[in-house]
Design a binder for this molecule. Structure first.
Ligand SMILES: *Cc1c(COP(=O)(O)O)cnc(C)c1O
Length: 355
């Protein structure tokens, strides 16, 4: 058995893969593959409807928010957000917590003024800045709730009357959130919701249509809302597999139940990092992510050796991002405690053999 700690695309439950593979040959006894059915067929309309209602149920999305399934990844949202929310001469506030946050701000600069309210760049993004002011005349405030590369997570949403836009790509559905604290949430599915190819967007409806600008239809949230995520041919298979994964999550007891598991998984791994003299965590303790656990060695020369042991033990995808180095274990919803224990055992084994 392989233990997939990859950062994204990520592990999904085995039963989801099995179910998904069946639909490739015969979808719901239609005699057709899910890969060939019309996106306008009754069968696929049911899929979109169920996926939306699972998102609404699992995240408690109120009626005055729209749920969209788009393409172009979180990266397209970096541009769509300012296109739809920034009026001419407008300004937007961004919190700089790493590469993804920086890329989001860079796109916004094409459409208006960007104010960086705070940054943790000075320490290579090992923490979440907490004391900052959000200008009250900003059209919106953008932040990244989980910094996939650096292993930091925002557990307390900054409070402000300015509309809040959040990139939740790598922690959506991993813990309970209060949707009403946010005005727009987006997430590339491939970190925790499903396979690559679909992006979830949840928007408070009254946020839209206020810029007075013409927005190309394909980038216009209101067009996508009007068309029920069918403005153009949607990523049929990615939505279908996401639906299967959301069903799996619901059957497990939903977000509340998975959050408890995620807390235990993260604690088990962080405890070993703290205990084991060969390893040390890179993120500030209070901001440590429950989804991406980043750690290095005191003796960097030994890192290649540990990676080799990890490979032998079927621990896949734990090499750290080049901008942090060391290791990163992504421990998304579908990764089990069995896999965490396998990694912890390898760390202990490494310690024993180097005493
Ligand atoms: C992976 C990631 C992205 C980029 O997602 P794409 O879907 O590849 O565009 C953006 N933000 C965060 C937080 C991510 O983890």
């Amino acid at each position: 058995m392989k233990h997939n700690f990859g950062a994204g695309p990520c592990i999904l439950p085995q039963e989801v893969f099995q179910e998904a593979s069946k639909a490739v040959l015969d979808f719901n006894n239609t005699g057709l593959s899910i890969l060939e059915i019309s996106h306008r067929s009754k069968e696929f309309e049911e899929v979109v409807k169920e996926t939306e209602s699972l998102v609404r149920e699992l995240l408690h999305v109120p009626e005055n928010y729209s749920v969209l399934f788009l393409q172009g990844g979180a990266s397209q949202q970096f541009a769509m957000v300012p296109m739809n929310l920034l009026p001419d001469g407008g300004k937007a506030a961004y919190l700089d917590t790493g590469v993804w946050a920086t890329k989001a701000a860079k796109e916004a600069k094409n459409f208006g003024e960007v104010v960086t309210v705070a940054s943790s760049k000075d320490s290579n993004y090992t923490y979440i800045p907490k004391d900052f002011e959000i200008p009250l005349d900003a059209a919106y405030f953008h932040f990244t709730s989980n910094n996939t590369i650096y292993g930091t997570e925002v557990f307390a949403t900054p409070s402000t009357t300015v509309p809040k836009v959040v990139d939740m790509s790598s922690d959506i559905l991993s813990r309970e959130i209060n949707i009403q604290e946010y005005d727009l949430i987006y997430a590339g599915a491939q970190k925790n919701m499903g396979p690559a190819g679909v992006t979830l967007v949840i928007i408070k409806n009254d946020l839209l249509g206020k810029t007075g600008k013409t927005i190309p239809s394909i980038f216009n949230y209101q067009e996508h809302i009007k068309a029920g995520s069918m403005y153009n041919t949607p990523p049929v298979y990615s939505i279908y597999v996401s639906m299967l994964n959301l069903r799996w999550l619901k059957a497990k007891g939903g977000v509340k139940a998975i959050e408890q598991e995620n807390i235990i998984k993260a604690r088990t791994l962080y405890d070993e990092i703290e205990r084991n003299p060969f390893f040390k965590g890179t993120a500030a303790v209070e901001d440590r992510s429950r989804m991406n656990v980043t750690f290095v060695m005191d003796t960097p020369e030994l890192e290649a050796e540990f990676l080799a042991l990890a490979k032998e033990r079927n621990l896949i995808g734990i090499k750290g991002h080049r901008s942090v180095g060391g290791f990163r274990a992504s421990i998304y919803n579908a990764l089990t405690i069995t896999s965490i224990n396998a990694l912890v055992d390898a760390m202990k084994e490494f310690e024993e053999s180097h005493k």
